[in-house]
Design a protein around this ligand. Structure first.
Ligand code: HEC
Length: 113
């Protein structure tokens, strides 16, 4: 049922404007994502505890368990254990809106190379 509630988020699309990117960077900074993850174009995001988020737009799965779609990425960032109860990624208490902003940012900067 939770997935149904997230469907409208998928329809918003993943274009990322500069103001949204700034907001996403601020959220990433405030929540310490970069202490565990390497994130392109994001100052100080060079952690190695979690996987590098350098090709999020090209990955097939999120966290290796669900298809990589905007709504799944949002859901995982907002509540990792709802997607995979054994995930080592902490639940940082983000709202769905905050998680969506971050997810769009990760798609925008995570083109892989
Ligand atoms: C304490 C370390 C830690 C912090 C802080 C952290 N993560 Fe993670 N994250 C992990 C670990 C470990 C995994 C791998 C677990 C998994 O795949 O279930 C992970 C997985 C992920 C994935 C899936 C990656 C993939 O390859 O599919 C995404 C996306 C992600 N984290 C985003 C974030 C975001 C955004 C934040 C900040 C809001 C954040 N993480 C904060 C440790 C962390």
């Amino acid at each position: 049922m939770k997935v149904l509630l997230l469907l409208p988020l998928a329809l918003i699309g993943c274009d990322s404007d500069p103001a949204d990117q700034d907001a996403a960077r601020a959220l990433i900074d405030a929540n310490g994502c970069g202490t565990c993850h390497r994130i392109p174009e994001t100052e100080g995001a060079d952690g190695l505890t979690g996987p590098p988020l350098t090709a999020m737009s090209r990955q097939v799965y999120v966290a290796g368990v669900v298809p990589n779609t905007p709504d799944m990425l949002t859901a995982f960032i907002a509540d990792p254990q709802a997607i995979d109860p054994r995930s080592a990624m902490p639940d940082l208490g983000l709202s769905l809106e905050e998680a969506r902003l971050i997810g769009e940012y990760l798609y925008a900067v995570g083109g892989g190379s």
